[in-house]
Ligand binder design. Structure first.
Ligand code: 13P
Length: 246
């Protein structure tokens, strides 16, 4: 039985004090559930204070760099995150790929650096509207994953969380139907089986992301190859976040 993993991605929203208030309020209402990983990925500046008040919530970073230290102005290293007890990091979000020019090569280096540090990458993949309409979603996603996971061992692969996020469904209110999301997530699992083994593929947690809300999450999570969700807008309000994870 795979666990469920539901993670809010706050992107560039909230201040440190708002984030701490949110975690205090939500965490106390969550309770512990060993079958569910409930998390929030937030801007680096607020992670330290968030981890101090989180008991049940997993606090994740939205990005990191793959070098341990050095002259990389503006970047956040893995040891910096470990020092404040952050162990999950979102990697390769489509906004990082499209706005900040992250390549599969960089994403691959980040995934490997995180795994070497015993951290959990939440590796994002997904296609543009153009690719979706051309019917080549699976080719695109498979190529992304093959490149991003290049050199990752089978043992490490079981620790990677994959987030499938069709770009056309992010922040647009257009949610992929549960059937479309399931079809691609199954395709991702099959691809992992072909790269590794069915046993490895069966252990990997796969999330869907893109306009997930409290009122549609149940149908999405009801799909056999979808183990959770990566949620933007609907994770920003306490009541809505609780509606997603409860
Ligand atoms: P929305 O839930 O706002 O569509 O964002 C999805 C996303 O990008 C999560 O990483």
């Amino acid at each position: 039985m795979r666990k469920q993993i539901i993670v809010g991605n706050w992107k560039m929203f909230k201040t440190n004090s708002q984030a701490v208030e949110f975690v205090k309020n939500v965490d106390s209402q969550l309770g512990s559930n060993e079958n569910l990983i409930a998390g929030i990925a937030a801007p680096a500046v607020m992670l330290s204070d968030m981890t101090k008040v989180a008991k049940n919530l997993v606090v994740a970073a939205e990005n990191c760099y793959f070098e341990k230290e050095g002259a990389f102005t503006g970047e956040i290293s893995i040891p910096m995150l470990q020092d404040i007890n952050v162990s999950y990091v979102v990697i390769g979000h489509s906004e990082r790929r499209d706005i900040f020019g992250e390549t599969d090569e960089m994403i691959n280096a980040k995934v490997k650096a995180l795994l070497a540090a015993n951290m959990t990458p939440i590796l994002c993949c997904g296609e543009s509207l153009e690719i979706y309409e051309a019917g080549t979603t699976m080719d695109h996603v498979k190529k992304q994953l093959s490149d991003d996971l290049n050199g990752v061992s089978a043992e490490d692969m079981t620790k990677v969380v994959i987030a499938y996020e069709p770009i056309w469904a992010i922040g647009t209110g257009k949610v992929a139907t549960p059937e479309i999301a399931q079809e691609v997530c199954k395709g991702i699992r099959d691809h992992i089986a072909s790269l590794y083994s069915q046993d490895v593929a069966d252990q990997v947690l796969i999330q869907y992301g893109g306009s997930v809300k409290p009122d549609n999450i149940k149908d999405i999570l009801g799909q056999s190859d979808i183990d959770g969700a990566l949620v933007g807008g609907a994770s920003l309000v306490e009541e809505s976040y609780l509606g997603l994870v409860k």
